[in-house]
Design a protein around this ligand. Structure first.
Ligand code: NAD
Ligand code: DAU
Length: 347
């Protein structure tokens, strides 16, 4: 019988890339995508694989313990790759409770159901986490797997807590698990609340580009398909009980990245050089804004043989082209409720 692999959050940004990657590459698995289809989940991200024989979609909410238990009892999943989460820092500042509910309690419901109905000492519970659990770096240094947790936003506090619960289930009940902590992803199908797709959308529509604070905050950017590859590598080669940092060796100050994005957009939109940059508007800073994230990814590179495949220039170029060729996808997401969110966040 084929192994049943459950991916949660597979209709979101990273999840949809991961589901596509697994469905196309691993015909020996029966792949299940469990997603509640919140504002961030979108089945349009998966139209190319929706009819594949090894793909199944389960609409379910990880905060609904009874439904999660029912599904695990029914399917007895071999392994779980858990991505479902509330993922946007700005939303967590306005509504921390939903982040605790989904990211902490939702993860616990999955752990409980996996422990109860799966062969949890043979399968694997893989938690997809973030570098934000480590807090903020100063001008120097990198996050390693040994860096202490020091989360600053409600989002990162909820992810840190769920990481701890996964680890605790490993220590206490012997559940096989791995955790990876990744830096900022970019690429196609990212919801336009995050920096890059939001700014692409605003540049197209000649709307202001709201740069938080002075723009001198630094992030380490990784192309989303490289993250999907890294997750595949950790899932198949990672050691139970270990954590792996994943990053792109690709630090950018926000303002420099935004200027690069503006120049690419000018070229593609046939605008005069410097035109999109004129949209840059410095706005009130994000409360608790982490100054700098940067990942030391040497463990996964050395021990598991993964490394990023694309330069940032190549990845950003592909990303810009994708959003321009898929404006309908972008426009479908930026009407209705999105406008209310935008007003609230940027008024
Ligand atoms: P996303 O917001 O694009 O997608 C989240 C998905 O989870 C959506 O499909 C949504 O419908 C689903 N979901 C939310 N609440 C749910 C619930 N209660 N039950 C079932 N499904 C639910 O997020 P993303 O950017 O793709 O991130 C995926 C994971 O990777 C998250 O765990 C996030 O913390 C982590 N991560 C993200 C990044 C990044 O740069 N985006 C970097 C490192 C780690
Ligand atoms: O580091 C990994 C994390 O990266 C993931 O765990 C999160 O799920 C993901 O959302 C992302 O978090 P960030 O807060 O770093 O991403 P965001 O795209 O929201 O912001 C990137 C940087 O750009 C950050 O310094 C804030 C800034 N920013 C963002 C927005 C949306 C702006 O200046 N203006 C904006 O309008």
């Amino acid at each position: 019988m084929k192994k049943k692999i459950l991916i949660t959050g597979g209709a979101g940004f990273i999840g949809s890339h991961l589901v596509r990657h697994f469905v196309n590459k691993y015909l020996a698995y029966e792949l299940y995508n469990l997603d509640a289809l919140t504002y961030a989940g979108n089945l349009e991200n998966l139209t190319d694989i929706q009819d594949k024989a090894n793909y199944n979609f389960l609409k379910a909410d990880i905060t609904d313990a009874a439904d999660i238990e029912r599904l695990f009892k029914l399917h007895k999943f071999h392994s779980v790759i858990h991505l479902a989460a509330e993922s946007h820092v700005d939303r967590s500042i306005k509504d921390p409770l939903s982040f605790a509910k989904t990211n902490i309690l939702g993860t616990l419901h999955l752990l409980e159901a996996f422990k109860k109905y799966s062969d949890y000492k043979k399968g694997l519970f893989y938690h997809i986490s973030t570098d934000e659990v480590y807090g903020s770096l100063g001008a120097e240094g990198l996050f390693t797997e040994k860096t202490s947790y020091d989360p600053n936003s409600p989002y990162s506090a909820s992810k840190a807590s769920s990481d701890h619960f996964v680890r605790a289930y490993g220590e206490t009940y012997g559940l096989r698990y791995v955790i990876s902590n990744c830096s900022n992803n970019y690429g196609s199908f990212q919801f336009p609340e995050k920096l890059i797709p939001l700014f692409i959308h605003n540049i197209i529509h000649l709307k202001p580009l709201p740069v938080y604070g002075d723009g001198h905050y630094t992030r380490d950017w990784l192309f989303v398909k490289d993250h999907a590859n890294a997750i595949d590598t950790v899932f198949h080669k990672g050691i139970s009980g270990e954590t792996y940092n994943i990053g792109g060796h690709n630090e950018w100050k926000n303002i420099d990245l935004i200027k690069l994005l503006c120049s690419k957009m000018d070229v593609h939109l046939g605008r005069a050089t410097g035109e999109s940059e004129k949209l840059i508007t410095f706005v009130k800073d994000r409360p608790g804004h982490d100054l700098r994230y940067a990942i030391d990814a040497s463990k996964i590179e050395r021990e598991l043989g993964w490394k990023p495949s694309l330069s940032f220039d190549e990845g950003l170029e592909k990303t810009v082209v994708w959003y321009l060729e898929n404006e309908t996808w972008l426009n479908n997401l930026t009407s209705g409720k999105y406008q209310e969110y935008y007003e609230r966040q940027y008024k």
